[in-house]
Design a binder for this molecule. Structure first.
Ligand code: NDP
Ligand code: PYC
Length: 339
């Protein structure tokens, strides 16, 4: 652990907040973003923890993102809650809309939260976990930048487009949650491979000539990423472009990358979330639903397989007890942001 530095969770939050505030981000935005960064670092999702602060500051310095705009929520008699982030970062827009999403869902059984015009940098599991904490099933999706070539194609048009799902469980058991990029590797992880000069896994990306490569730099310099599961990941990713891009009258990953115009800022687009109230589905016997779900989870874990997020929840417990261990290299880069 000599190349690591140990920080408490409060220190991670304070450091993130301080940096964002120094660069002019308003208190409510800095607080909402710092919470998300803290969650990433705490759960050992390194590509979406404090490492993100450098790109956040870079994005701020490009001058397009709003550091202060307050999200505007529109509530009408449909089951769709709309929040316009007004070209600020996404976490505050989510915070603004999620309570209303939960209220509508409990009223009518199913509702959606549409977020428009947000700069998006975060993992989606913190959001679907909040939906699960309301006792609701959650789904979230968002485009990103067009770094990913569709299966069978030869140039990138899709984003790394994450898809997240949560299922609430009773008796203080953590919810069932998965959250993954529909690319074979998340961009954040690819960037970390580039920084640490380590090889990419097999079959996740191609170089500018279309050859499979393990060299992250060759991907960043004119190559592209692949979807997971070939044409299946490609179709899921396309669905996410349609549902959280076109359907919301917001940008697709291609349009987001065009807007970026080579500045290497975070993507700017929309996000779509759904919530379902389990007590309003089925035939009126929620105990049957719960028992059925628990039987399924047990039949998975009984054979030695793990549930998604199990690693994350174990990491969370460790971090809550011992704080987090950050690479000294990343820590010193973050400290420079305060100079
Ligand atoms: P991973 O491949 O690391 O993990 C995907 C999911 O699978 C997690 O829920 C993980 O749980 C689970 N999992 C991993 N291994 C196993 C296993 N052996 N058995 C069962 N479940 C398993 O995620 P990605 O690298 O694809 O994505 C990382 C993050 O990047 C995501 O949080 C995503 O939201 C974010 N992202 C954000 C984007 C954006 O535009 N905002 C774009 C793309 C990605 P566990 O965590 O416990 O390992
Ligand atoms: O890791 O692919 C990624 C990503 C894109 C935007 C935020 N994270």
């Amino acid at each position: 652990m000599t190349n690591k530095i140990n920080l408490s969770l409060d220190q991670i939050y304070d450091l993130s907040f301080k940096i964002l505030f120094k660069y002019g981000v308003s208190e409510p935005h800095a607080s909402a973003i710092a919470k998300v960064i803290l969650a990433g670092e705490r759960d050992e999702c390194i590509s979406h923890g404090v490492y993100r602060l450098g790109v956040l500051v870079h994005t701020i310095n490009q001058g397009h993102v709003s550091k202060t705009a307050e999200p505007k929520m529109t509530i009408d008699d449909t089951s769709i809650v709309k929040v316009d982030a007004q070209y600020a970062f996404s976490p505050l827009a989510f915070e603004k809309g999620v309570e209303e999403l939960a209220r509508k869902t409990k009223q009518v059984g199913i509702a959606a939260l549409q977020i428009n015009h947000c700069y998006h940098f975060s993992a989606l599991w913190p959001e679907v976990e909040i939906i699960a904490a309301h006792g609701l099933v959650g789904i979230a999706m968002t485009p990103s930048h067009a770094w990913v070539t569709p299966a069978g194609g030869n140039y990138p048009v899709l984003g790394t487009n994450p898809l997240a799902f949560s299922w609430p469980r009773e008796h203080a058991v953590n919810p069932y949650v998965f959250d993954f990029a529909t690319s074979a590797i998340a961009r954040g992880d690819l960037e970390l491979h580039d920084r640490t000069n380590t090889e990419l896994p097999d079959n996740v990306a191609i170089d500018r000539d279309g050859n499979i490569t393990k060299n992250a730099k060759a991907v960043i310099d004119g190559g592209s990423m692949l979807t997971f599961g070939g044409y299946k990941g490609s179709a899921l990713s396309t669905m996410i472009e349609l549902m959280s891009g076109a359907l919301l009258e917001d940008l697709t990953s291609q349009e987001s990358l065009d807007l970026d115009a080579g500045k290497k800022s975070f993507p700017c687009h929309g996000e779509l979330l759904f919530a379902f109230d389990p007590s309003k589905f089925g035939l009126g016997n929620i105990a049957k639903t719960t028992a059925s779900a628990e039987r399924l989870f047990k039949s998975i874990t009984d054979q030695g397989a793990r549930l998604p997020s199990q690693r994350r929840f174990a990491a969370r417990k460790r971090s809550q007890e011992n704080g987090v261990f950050i690479s000294k290299h990343i820590y010193s880069e973050i400290q420079k942001l305060l100079e």
